[in-house]
Ligand binder design. Structure first.
Ligand code: FAD
Length: 390
């Protein structure tokens, strides 16, 4: 077992740290205030080759793996962005990049992967439905046969970055439940234009992650062309799980970066703030211990996440590790940021000190992209062999 970074990783992380600092706290605070997509930061990330780290060289990527990508995201997010920047990696190199590079036909790969890697186009993924929620297999969006292609009807909710995306990875049923042999049968993925007749969306007002919009999406007789199928017709469920498990790795890496950032800000603020004589508040163990504990937990989550990423890169099963890392990281990051806010006292509530943005943004990841409870269900049933209680 080897924990040392390779030379290429050191260089890549230097670049990531530099960009992370360049598009730092003030940049993200302003964007959050203006509710604006981080286009400049994403361009810089793509120009430096960091979007395509885990995508094939043949399509403009670096041909490395999820482990390198996780390291890059940790380094970028701890510079000032926090966890939200990881969501831009979800929509582009994961929902677009992983889905296409693993499962799409050659023509689709060749056409779109270089544009994703270069940052020329953004993607989004429409999976969650209002009436299904965490019970994904209850999805009702249906792509029915229409000549050589399909016609899509249905509704999705909470879809990230739709107005900024050119393409959408849509997951839909292509067989009714009664036609399917199992609930996982009859699910397919398509890569379609956001700007298409019958596809409309409306924004959702929300607490945080304001740089990335959230939308309800309506499909009303949307035409899907035959060449827009990604992966296996009716057999998309297991392919989708691979996309979702790489999404967990990216989520955890962003939470690791956000937690490190919050702890650093708390330590810096606490070292200068004095309220009882000469001793800085950072010297009080009541403030130190929770931050120290959250730091220990976030580093444990990072190590487990890198193990998940390494197993993914080796072609081994990695669903358990990627889920476990995500559940630990989401708790630890929320605790780290909560305690960083406590360390700042009233100033933790002020926009000027950035913690409040990290606090609003990190809360999302206790229930998205998969909730804490659904991960614990998965660990209990899948890893521990306990009976399913729902
Ligand atoms: C800002 C934001 C961005 C998002 N981006 C996207 C996106 O880009 N694409 C996309 O497809 N989706 C996206 N989502 C959706 C997200 O993945 C879901 O919100 C998440 O999976 C939880 O589903 P739900 O909100 O329907 O909660 P529900 O399924 O309604 O669950 C509500 C609560 O009940 C608990 N619960 C449910 N079932 C069980 C059970 N069996 N045992 C124990 N507890 C249970 C849950 O854990 C949760 O705490 C986003 C959501 C948000 C808020």
């Amino acid at each position: 077992m080897e924990f040392a970074l390779a030379e290429h990783q050191r260089l890549m992380l230097d670049t990531a740290r530099q960009i992370g600092r360049e598009y730092g706290l003030e940049y993200w605070r302003d964007l959050d205030r203006d509710r604006r997509f981080p286009a400049e930061a994403w361009k810089a990330i793509c120009r430096a080759g960091l979007c395509g780290v885990a995508l094939p060289e043949h399509h403009g990527g670096a041909g490395l793996g999820m482990l390198d990508l996780a390291l890059v995201i940790e380094a970028l997010t701890e510079g000032g962005a926090g966890a939200t920047l990881a969501q831009v990696f979800m929509i582009n190199p994961i929902f677009g990049g992983v889905a296409l590079s693993r499962f799409a036909p050659d023509a689709m790969r060749e056409r779109y992967l270089p544009r994703i890697v270069s940052g020329e186009m953004n993607c989004c993924m429409a999976l969650t439905e209002p009436d299904a929620g965490s019970n994904t297999l209850e999805m009702r969006s249906f792509a029915s046969r229409d000549g050589d292609g399909w016609r899509l009807d249905g509704r999705k909710i909470w879809i990230t970055a739709v107005p900024d995306a050119e393409k959408m990875l849509v997951v839909a049923r292509t067989k009714t439940v009664s036609e399917s042999t199992r609930r996982t049968d009859g699910i397919s993925m398509f890569f379609i234009d956001v700007d298409r007749a019958g596809l409309t969306y409306t924004p959702i007002e929300k607490v945080g992650t304001n740089t990335l919009s959230s939308s309800t999406v309506f499909f009303d007789g949307v035409r899907i062309e035959p060449h827009e199928l990604v992966g296996t017709l009716h057999g998309g469920w297991n392919e989708l799980l691979h996309v979702l498990n790489t999404e967990r790795i990216v989520t955890t890496a962003g939470l690791v970066g956000a937690a490190r950032l919050a702890v650093r800000l708390a330590a810096e603020y606490g070292a200068t703030r004095k309220v009882f004589g000469d001793k800085p508040i950072a010297a009080y163990q009541g403030l130190q211990f929770p931050l120290a504990r959250a730091s220990a937990e976030i580093e444990a989550a990072s190590t487990l996440n890198l193990k998940a990423a390494w197993k993914c890169d080796q072609g081994l099963a990695y669903g358990s590790e990627s889920n476990m890392a995500k559940v630990v990281a989401a708790r630890a990051a929320n605790e780290a940021i909560e305690r960083a806010m406590q360390t700042h006292g009233g100033m933790g509530y002020a926009k000027e000190f950035h913690i409040e943005r990290l606090w609003r943004d990190a809360r999302l990841f206790l229930f998205a992209p998969v909730s804490e409870e659904m991960i614990l269900n998965f660990i209990a049933v899948h890893d521990l062999g306990m009976p399913r209680g729902y």
